[in-house]
Design a protein around this ligand. Sequence first.
Ligand SMILES: [Zn+2]
Length: 231
Amino acid sequence: MEKVNRILLGNSNVYLIRGEKGYLLIDAGFPNTVKTLLNALGKKSINLQDIILIVITHVHYDHVGNLKEIKDFTGAKIIVSSNEYELLKKGIISIPKGTNISGKLISYLGNLFPKVISYPPVEADIRISETYSLRDFGFNASIIPTPGHTEGSLSVVFDSGEAFVGDTCFNILPINKSTVFPPFANDIPLLLKSWKLLLDTKVQELFPGHGKPFDRDKLQKSYIKLKEKII
Ligand SMILES: [Zn+2]
């Protein structure tokens, strides 16, 4: 795989990867940050129109905020989980339950004020509910459903060992609290299963929705920790 371009849009990462036919964009960032994206692309001499495909890891406003604008400008095909297709079409989200006190509070407040976290609705082109190959688009990669953070969370796994996991893993805690457990999750046992699914691939490097890339070893350790906690 070619070099991964990580671009921070608001508080969330988007990733841009070049394939044989054009670029794949993973997620669309925090709302109203298209300018930041354009600046970053300009520095790398990439045109927005070179994006041919957008995979949405999950339908949260900090991952789909600029999706409509980018879609209108590029005409790129959009892939989303069939579980979250309707949410995206309506421009709404359901906030997962928090996994810690601050996460629980944010989840509670967010569900009280759903309009605050709405975004421009988008109709996706492709909905998936099982493993889906991206070879036809020119990428040696597959999308695999990795639910847990949300019902329809997806990960993009490249044959060369890179995985783009959205909020299935967070890498924002200090090193001494070394876990990639997200602050929000709908279903923790399901999240654990999804981590196992990722570990069952040849993944070596993981690229989260929040924080810096991390290695397989960190996921493995987080998996063992979480498993001990919930069994
Ligand atoms: Zn997020």
